[in-house]
Design a protein around this ligand. Structure first.
Ligand SMILES: [Zn+2]
Length: 404
């Protein structure tokens, strides 16, 4: 398949108008069939990676009655008694360690749709490791190769092994993910030393939040080659602060941007990008672009996709409108309805209905709706999940990340 005359943004440095080729789910150097999509005036980006989400936590509205918190251990305890969680739990009955039962899977799928509608095709779902069938249930990639801890203070209260055992199981070959120093008090500040003591500061570590870290600790983190998952909207909402981004960028730490769940974070990853740009206008657009593409691919140790458009890697494509001439400036202003087509490994996931004619497709596999006057499709049936939730609650529930 060939996308003709499209502005291809290969990575944070290289871009130009050319034809883009996809063959058997991979980007290729030429077309092997006669399928052409004219994409004059459109931009092709590598699709996005959401480094931090809790898929079943994507309920609304946000719930944090006692904010700002000195640390989020307080919030996690309060959350279970909060209105949004009480409402969600009328639907979700399964514990976090077993999400394969229907309601858990439905809610996780809703979280996947949040991501699809923001150009994401790869998600790190931070929960205890589920059965393989869970990861095989989704139309985009929810990473299954990882080990995790909830946090240093809370340990693995939600399921999983001892933190050091979880790290051991990675054998350095898959990422180890943990919330770290999410607060501004003594308790949060003490977590880094404990982490080092427990042998968790490694090159395959991804530390989420890091709001209490000092410059010295960031230097140690950089020396170890670890990565950071940054969720500024969630941090500022819950804590009133976020990490020292100037120091992190100056030190050249591998930093990635994620959403967290909608109980504390942005509506979706595109909104998180817009929020971050508005809050930190000094961060170059190209840097923000890297934080949701190649930096995240590196942190998650992905092997068939590096968050770039290059031959022989998975054709994960985010094709959008061009509202701004500079593609990186365009990137930091994108919204759901600017998406023309989202592909995961060459498969159409979401986009304008007119693109479906280039693929072999079956109407029953898609849900069709309108977005800003355009007819759109999305893979699967999110509307069925909404119906089930409505039946259980007895009233209609609206999720603002769903564009219908
Ligand atoms: Zn989180």
């Amino acid at each position: 398949m060939e996308f003709t005359n499209v502005l291809i943004v290969k990575n944070a440095k290289e871009h130009g108008v050319n034809n883009l080729y996809v063959t058997n789910g991979k980007y290729s150097d030429k077309s092997y069939d006669k399928i052409h999509a004219d994409c004059n005036g459109l931009v092709a980006y590598p699709s996005l990676i959401n480094i931090h989400d809790h898929l079943v936590g994507n309920w609304v509205p946000k719930g944090a009655p006692g904010r700002p918190y000195a640390n989020t251990n307080i919030w996690v305890k309060e959350l279970n008694d909060s209105d949004p969680i009480k409402e969600r739990d009328k639907y979700l009955k399964t514990p976090m360690s077993h999400l394969m039962e229907e309601a858990g899977l439905d809610l996780a799928m809703l979280g996947v749709y949040k991501n699809i509608f923001s150009g994401v095709t790869i998600i790190q779902d931070h929960v205890p490791r589920q059965k393989d069938e869970y990861y095989q249930s989704f139309p985009i990639k929810v990473i299954s190769d990882f080990q995790q801890g909830h946090s240093i203070t809370g340990k693995n209260w939600w399921g999983g092994d001892e933190l050091s055992e979880e790290m051991k199981k990675t054998r350095g070959k898959i990422p180890f993910i943990i919330h770290l120093a999410e607060g501004s008090d003594e308790l949060s500040r003490g977590e880094f030393d404990e982490l080092v003591e427990q042998g968790l500061l490694k090159s395959n570590s991804i530390f989420v939040h890091c709001t209490a870290l000092t410059t010295e600790q960031f230097k140690q983190l950089k020396a170890a080659g670890a990565s950071i998952a940054w969720c500024p909207n969630s941090n500022i909402y819950l804590l009133g602060i976020t990490l020292d981004i100037d120091t992190v960028l100056k030190l050249g730490i591998n930093i990635c941007l994620g959403t967290d769940s909608t109980l504390s974070g942005s509506t979706n990853l595109l909104k998180e990008i817009i929020y971050t740009k508005q809050t930190f206008p000094e961060i170059p657009n190209e840097t923000l672009f890297k934080m949701v593409t190649e930096n995240s691919a590196k942190a998650l140790m992905l092997d068939t996709y590096k968050g770039k458009i290059e031959p022989d890697v998975d054709a994960n494509l985010l094709l959008t409108r061009m509202n701004k001439k500079d593609p990186y400036e365009n990137f930091v202003t994108l919204n759901t309805c600017d998406i023309e087509l989202l592909m995961s490994v060459g498969k159409p996931i979401f986009g304008k209905v007119e693109y479906l004619k280039y693929f072999s497709w079956d109407a029953k596999d898609y849900y069709l709706f309108e977005c800003n006057g355009s007819k759109m499709f999305v893979t699967g049936h999110p509307e069925e999940i909404l119906k089930k939730i409505e039946k259980k609650l007895g009233y209609k529930k609206h999720f603002d990340y769903l564009p219908f």
